[in-house]
Design a protein around this ligand. Structure first.
Ligand code: SAH
Length: 529
């Protein structure tokens, strides 16, 4: 029998797919059922049918799963962000443990026995709500023409109004209401992606959870044209820039700007307000330029890292402070970040003598923790502002043995390696600066480091990067990944020649209620290879 679109069917959910959909069988068909969790029996409506499988959506839960819980947010079905909210937290962790394991077996080609020998239990959290320090709310217009901010409905770009996402801090609501009310009062338009018209595209809010400093960045559909302002707006790091006290003409990016800034500045913890210009007709949220229009150009947060297995180990229990500017990446779950970094440090097994690369280093968070336990650390990162932050962060924490390189990991590392293998003398190193603050000619010790740490974005590492890592022959590779599918693909490449083998691996739940999971893997070099 073949299902037709809009048929209803009763199905018991036996498993869950990697995007959080329920999986069940009916009449020899595999059904992928939205809004159903393992253990449910549901009545589902077919939305799309294929030869041997079909997609369906839950119409009614007939017998709820014992793992089902009451959702905390009334938008959980529409929202693209919380696919697992009706699944108990315990079961969410099990789902993520299985997801990592399955990807390593299916995509990585590792044997189940190998994975089970290395895999440690996933690190969960006691705070599965209100954990996010960053939110990016799209701004739009509802059917009646009112400006709204909220979130994209799953897999679409239609905006559902909601100013209180329960993954983020409560202050977000107050900030969004101030901005939306201001837009209504001054008739400021929201961006419309179908026409490319309208001013306000997104509102980015970031809060440093330790010092409670808040940053707001308004993403505007504008081009950065006022060059004099651009220069003036770029104050020295740490300067409190205030357009009322500075003797310069504040550029009016948005009608009634002074009034808006006054209101925002009254929010407790407000530290930085900036404008980001993005006139491109793409889905990319942020443009490349930021101007601070009130307060500091960055916020500060602190991270405390401890070695989980060796609490007495003197090097690894420390707190560092970080400056974070709007365009820089910063881990979104501060409670879990400390556990993630502790684990990475534990896997790196540093004694104080090692040379270490930290590829995809962002603002240098992991690099600077590694630096406390290593002889020398080099970080590589593609975003210029993040590299500026990283250098500032090394300075402010008094760390002198960390160096940061701006560029793509897959270009910086091979260039460094090529330079080092042919000219790795100190004299050449002195002359090797390429004008970006990068010293591209490698020293011999950094061409053959003891440890390489990588923490790439979801798409994983480029092959040129992996190939150079193999040539460098580090004793250990620590791979931190936010997508276990690309992780599995990359581990397969790294282990293919028999030169490396997986020693330990562990998931860390950075994204409770969502389907994503972070994984840390320790690989070590096989003797004699
Ligand atoms: N380790 C950091 C950042 C991890 S996120 C932390 O824990 O905070 C991944 C980082 O890789 C981002 O900062 C992103 O800007 C950077 N990135 C993306 N593609 C890159 C590439 N090809 N080369 C170097 N860095 C890249």
């Amino acid at each position: 029998m073949n299902f037709q679109k809009n048929d209803t069917v009763t199905v018991t959910i036996e498993d869950m797919g990697s995007d959080g959909q329920g999986i069940g069988r009916a009449d020899g068909f595999t059904l992928f059922v939205k809004d159903a969790v393992v253990g449910d029996t549901v009545e589902a409506r077919i939305v799309k049918n294929k030869k041997t499988y079909a997609y369906a959506r839950t119409e009614k839960v007939l017998t709820p799963s014992p793992f089902r819980v009451e959702p905390k947010c009334s938008f959980h079905r529409q929202c693209g962000g919380c696919q697992l909210q009706v699944l108990s937290y315990e079961k969410q962790l099990e789902f993520k443990q299985d997801k990592i394991r399955n990807n390593l077996i299916r995509i990585g080609g590792f044997s189940p026995e190998d994975i089970d020998r290395c895999m440690e239990p996933i690190v969960g959290t006691k705070q599965p709500f209100r954990y996010r320090n960053k939110a990016q709310y799209p701004v739009g217009t509802d059917r009646d023409g009112n400006v709204i901010a909220g979130f994209y409905a799953g897999r679409t770009h239609s905006i559902v109004a909601n100013t209180d996402c329960i993954l983020g801090p409560e202050e977000n609501r107050e900030i969004l209401e101030i901005i939306l009310n201001h837009m209504r009062k001054h008739r400021i338009s929201a961006y419309d992606e179908t026409t490319g018209e309208g001013l306000v595209r997104h509102i980015l809010i970031r809060k440093g959870f330790t010092g409670s400093e808040i940053m707001v960045c308004l993403v505007l559909n504008k081009k950065m044209t006022d060059a004099s302002f651009k220069e003036a707006g770029r104050q020295k790091e740490g300067d409190k820039y205030n357009p009322y006290t500075y003797n310069l003409r504040p550029h009016e990016w948005i009608a009634g700007q002074e009034e808006l800034l006054r209101r925002l500045s009254h929010v407790e913890g407000m530290t930085s307000v900036s404008v980001n210009c993005n006139a491109e007709r793409t889905n990319v949220i942020l443009g490349k330029e930021v101007v601070t229009i009130w307060g500091c150009p960055a916020i500060t947060d602190t991270i405390h890292v401890r070695d989980m297995n060796r609490p007495d180990f003197p090097f690894t229990d420390r707190e560092l402070s970080f400056s974070i500017s709007p365009l820089s990446f910063y881990q979104v779950n501060p409670v879990q970040t400390e556990k993630l970094y502790s684990l990475a440090l534990q896997y790196a097994e540093l004694t104080g003598q090692e040379t270490v690369w930290d590829l995809y280093c962002g603002i240098g968070t992991i690099s600077l923790f590694l630096a406390g336990s290593a002889r020398k650390v080099c970080g590589v990162e593609i975003v210029p502002q993040a590299i500026e932050d990283a250098r500032e962060n090394a300075r402010r924490n008094g760390i002198a043995n960390a160096e940061f390189f701006l560029g793509k990991a897959e270009e910086v590392l091979p260039e460094f390696y090529a330079g080092g293998e042919s000219n790795g003398t100190e004299e050449n190193r002195e002359n090797g600066d390429n004008g970006h603050g990068n010293n591209r000619r490698g020293s011999r010790e950094m061409c053959h480091p003891d440890v390489i740490v990588v923490d790439p974005p979801r798409k994983g590492c480029d092959e040129a990067c992996l190939a150079t890592m193999l040539k460098m022959q580090p004793e250990r590779i620590v791979y931190i990944s936010c997508d276990s599918a690309t992780l599995a693909r990359d581990l397969k490449i790294l282990c293919a020649g028999g030169q490396y083998r997986i020693e330990r691996l562990r998931g860390v739940d950075m994204f409770p209620q969502g389907v994503h999971v972070e994984t840390v893997v320790l690989m070590s070099r096989v003797e004699g290879k």
